[in-house]
Design a protein around this ligand. Structure first.
Ligand SMILES: [Zn+2]
Length: 180
């Protein structure tokens, strides 16, 4: 995202927050900017602790409760999704429209671009073409291990216990691999 688009997105979010009646303070403004920057400029789906660390570098007086409240408002307004990958915390991702697909590294949180994402979203939207089903706005999550982490030797076994890892074990068992 270039600087101009980043500024526009930030202004759009700030305006919606003000309109919702949520009181914007300098601290909350800083949190929104930090969340956006991490996601859009660094391609990271940050967890709450990461957001806190980044924000506290700019203002050490900001606490976790303020982060949670601000993130909750962003989520209620539909700008972000909180993604639970069984890591024991939620990662924050930005919604792109009514249907969003978030793919990211389960180890470092780096966003992974999906080839033909638009086609994929269109395929999901086609579900609404059948009369028996109305699709709700929602975010789909896909997790994996990014190139960087893989080249550093991170494997499925290194990930903290959680859904991602458990799924791997079940898959291996189903395929008849020996359990370690
Ligand atoms: Zn990674």
């Amino acid at each position: 995202m270039n600087e101009e688009r980043f500024k526009t997105k930030k202004e759009e979010i700030m305006a919606a927050i003000k309109e919702s009646g949520f009181r914007m303070t300098r601290q909350r403004d800083l949190i929104v900017a930090t969340v956006l920057e991490r996601i859009e400029k660094e391609d990271i789906a940050p967890g709450m602790q990461e957001i806190l660390t980044s924000v506290q570098e700019l203002d050490p007086s900001i606490g976790m409760a303020t982060i949670y409240r601000t993130v909750e408002v962003l989520s209620k307004l539909g700008f972000i999704s909180l993604i639970d990958q069984g890591e024991g915390f939620n990662r924050v991702t930005l919604n792109q429209g009514d249907i969003t697909i978030h793919a990211f590294c389960r180890n470092c949180g780096k966003s992974i671009s999906i080839p033909n994402e638009k086609d994929l979203v269109d395929s999901i939207r086609e579900l609404t073409l059948c009369d028996e089903f109305t699709l709700l706005p929602q975010a789909f999550k896909i997790c994996g291990i990014c190139d960087d982490c893989r080249s550093k030797g991170v494997s499925l076994e290194d990930l903290p216990p959680g859904r991602g890892r458990g799924m791997g074990r079940r898959c291996r068992r189903r395929r008849g691999y020996k359990e370690d």
